[in-house]
Design a protein around this ligand. Sequence first.
Ligand SMILES: NC(=O)c1ccc[n+]([C@@H]2O[C@H](COP(=O)([O-])OP(=O)(O)OC[C@H]3O[C@@H](n4cnc5c(N)ncnc54)[C@H](O)[C@@H]3O)[C@@H](O)[C@H]2O)c1
Length: 220
Amino acid sequence: MSVPDLIGPGAGAPAPERLSMGVAARLARYLQVLTQAKREGKETVSSQELSTWTKVNSTQIRRDLSGFGKFGKRGVGYNVDALVAQIRKILRTAGPHNIALFGAGHLGRAIASSDIFADHGFSVVAIFDSAPDKIGSAVGHLTVRPVSDLAAAVDEEDIVVGVLAVPNNAAQGLADVLVDAGVKIIFNYSEALLQVPPEVTVHTSSPAVDLLYALYFYLT
Ligand SMILES: NC(=O)c1ccc[n+]([C@@H]2O[C@H](COP(=O)([O-])OP(=O)(O)OC[C@H]3O[C@@H](n4cnc5c(N)ncnc54)[C@H](O)[C@@H]3O)[C@@H](O)[C@H]2O)c1
């Protein structure tokens, strides 16, 4: 599953009021499918439906959700809007959370022009690249900036997440720049193994690893 590291406390010990990684991961997964269900016009969902979409068993779902108040009605299911609002509150994802995107290549341009982050309260507010022919060019409503602009952008635009859509060999250098600028969450699309201080959380997105995970459950 891809979201838990985003919410998790990095390598430090969890603060007492924090959710466990398991609960946070499941809530994030529920949020993802509920957001899609809402987009498809559903007003209510049952725990059975949530179970089918998330592969979490329905008893576990009911247990997770009952811990945070009463959202469901027997025979009717959960109200999607109420549940989305409540999970957002619990996960503190109300947003907007501003993202700095590195790499205006194939992936970076696709991310900047899609809703994958926006749907969940994240907003790409700055895009950076090192290639002189890309700096100054437009990507959607943004203009590609040089990496040397990052510190100013972090201050001015309240950036909390850095997304790396750059080649493996550029990722560590940019992670260092992000850490120096005070950014605490790095979402890494490259395969590079990043070294960061304990207070910084790195999540690496790898479709092949997600597939291996799916394959494991298919085979066992
Ligand atoms: N996890 C995934 O789902 C997924 C999917 C596709 C690609 N990727 C990975 O994403 C990365 C980007 O892929 P792509 O196809 O967009 O590549 P690309 O070559 O099209 O784009 C990479 C961009 O990074 C820029 N760049 C290089 N060094 C830089 C630096 N030091 N600072 C700032 N910008 C720099 C380049 O100028 C270029 O614009 C690769 O590591 C690739 O393996 C991951």
